[in-house]
Design a protein. Structure first.
Lengths: 314, 228
């Protein structure tokens, strides 16, 4: 069953196009990893899909309804985990959950039970009486997720839910997402951490400049770049290296400069390593060389010529 | 009524709000009479100033929700912008009405000369609603609560002084007297004078009518901005 669908959706902010004829189908039981750099249009896509932002052209369908997709009935079946930690700091963790459960119409004993279940689910079962101000970043993130779970949504949208937390908490959240799927929730998970998508997504959708530029399973996407090799060269002064000359070397497909690192994508078996190194060494000192197996980052790099995250970005 | 219930809870959740909402109104009851002016005890002349600050403190909770992004969740939840706003405003109105009751009937019990306590309560309630509506309209143009509160505090002092709540308006030059009419504080000050000297009930109803007009206009302005 199709849970959510967007067909030819266009959204502009004055002259900037945020969604450029986006087509997307989300099937029941999927974890869609929506991958893209900052400004790719991920958040706009979410806002459009949830009815927060009107769109200019196209069609949005939720739970099979296209006439009134953002009806109260459909909203009751959806949940949103926001990018910001959107909990009330003046209320305890349990009170926060009671608030959101109440907003979704839960009452009495059922509400109490669902609140306790949600707290347990995110590993905060014994922290219900504490104020979020006493929580670590990871715990706040988990509470942020729990607030969207009390009404047991069929379709959960998670907008970069792991920003700014430690690896341990991140792993906990990723495990939680997998458990949610096992319990029957369909998830749209946006991030710019390709490792997360690689770990949990059943299907990956790559966005850039408001367009969906590729989609498929992780394996399918990686296969598309297996005819390529990636080499990363750490140098002392990357700015002095003539990128144009590197791009002219036979077999070189793409050259990306990021901080003091040059990433070069070449066709498999092009045997151009010597020539590349010789050229680089003419202009700067080489600190290290690294060759990686292709991953989603490479798929993204190949498709857009950009990296998912800037160097130094968390 | 989840939003209403939690709006009440959140209003009393920090120390500053507790002081504004409980200790200050109680203090108003015990302030003495002035020699020549004001005609009511000081606490009742200045209670209007407190109402203005309580109004902005309470309305700032809505701005805080917008600033933090909490309202994004609510935008996706099965409640409308109207439900969110009306339940919050209802909670704040209940708090303001209770404050007015506490101050007026507290004063009666303490033995303050309040002339017409019933009408005084009515006047304070009308002014409370106007204050809340103005605060709602004010926060609708801001994204940051600190900036909003600071600018409001600065401007409101001018409104308090020019409206005749702190200094009798009779000592102002003619131009300022004419300008004062546009401030809701002027109508409160007029209402307080009526409580002591007024005879014609129509004058008092007109004063309250102007305050209700302010309420309606500013509620409309303040509620046009979406919650997210």
């Amino acid at each position: 069953m199709t849970i959510a669908s967007m067909q030819g959706v266009v959204k502009r902010y004055s002259s900037d196009i945020a969604l450029d004829y986006v087509d997307l189908d989300i099937q029941e039981g999927e974890i869609i990893g929506l991958l893209g750099p900052n400004g790719a249009g991920k958040t706009t896509l979410i806002q459009t899909l949830t009815g927060m932002t009107p769109f200019e052209r196209g069609k949005v369908e939720l739970f099979g309804q296209s006439k009134n997709p953002f009806s109260i009935q459909n909203k009751e079946r959806m949940g949103l985990v926001t990018q910001e930690i959107t909990v009330f700091e003046e209320l305890t963790a349990r009170e926060n959950l009671h608030f959101f459960a109440g907003v979704y119409g839960l009452k009495g004993e059922e509400k109490k039970r669902r609140v306790e279940e949600a707290l347990e689910f995110v590993g905060l079962g014994d922290k219900g009486a504490k104020m979020p101000t006493k929580f670590s970043g990871g715990m706040k993130r988990r509470l942020n997720i729990a607030c969207a779970l009390t009404h047991q949504p069929r379709f959960l949208i998670m907008d970069e839910p792991t920003v700014g937390i430690d690896p341990q908490s991140r792993n906990y959240i990723l495990e939680t997402v997998k458990k949610l799927r096992e319990n029957g929730t369909t998830i749209l998970y946006t991030t710019h951490y390709m490792e997360e998508v690689q770990a949990i997504a059943t299907r990956v959708v790559i966005m850039d400049q408001g367009q969906i530029i590729k989609e498929g399973t992780v394996e399918e996407l990686i296969k598309t770049v297996q005819h390529e090799e990636k080499m990363k060269i750490d140098v002392t002064d990357a700015d002095s290296v003539p990128i144009n000359d590197l791009e002219k070397i036979a077999g070189v497909k793409k050259v990306v400069l990021s901080g003091s690192q040059i990433t070069i994508i070449s066709a498999v078996g092009s045997g151009n390593l010597d020539r590349i190194l010789t050229l680089v060494k003419e202009y700067t000192g080489v600190l290290g060389i690294q060759a990686d197996k292709p991953n989603l980052e490479d798929v993204f790099l190949t498709l857009t010529g950009k990296q998912l995250r800037d160097k130094g970005e968390e | 009524m989840t939003i209403f219930k939690f709006a009440l809870k959140r209003s009393f959740s920090n120390t500053t709000n507790l002081i504004f909402l409980t200790l200050f109104p109680i203090a108003c009851i015990f302030l003495p009479n002035g020699e020549d002016w004001p005609f009511l005890p000081y606490g009742y002349q200045y209670f209007g100033i407190l109402i203005l600050f309580v109004g902005i403190r309470l309305a700032t909770i809505i701005l805080e929700d917008r600033e933090k992004g909490v309202v994004k969740r609510l935008a996706v939840a099965p409640i409308s912008h109207f439900q969110y706003l009306s339940q919050n405003l209802l909670a704040y109105s209940v708090i303001l009405i209770l404050q007015c009751i506490l101050v007026v009937f507290g004063g009666v019990l303490y033995g303050q000369e309040l002339y017409q306590p019933g009408w005084l309560l009515f006047l304070f309630v009308s002014f409370s609603f106007a204050s809340l509506a103005i605060a709602l309209a004010w926060i609708s143009i801001y994204r940051k609560k600190d900036v909003s509160f600071l600018v409001y505090m600065s401007l409101i002092f001018i409104v308090i002084i020019l409206g005749g709540l702190m200094i009798p308006i009779e000592i102002f030059p003619d131009l300022l007297k004419r300008i004062a009419i546009i401030f809701p504080t002027f109508w409160l000050a007029e209402g307080l004078n009526w409580i002591v000297f007024g005879e014609n009930i129509l004058d008092f109803l007109l004063i309250n009518g102007v305050l209700w007009l302010y309420t309606i206009i500013f509620i409309i302005i303040g509620s046009t901005r979406k919650i997210y």
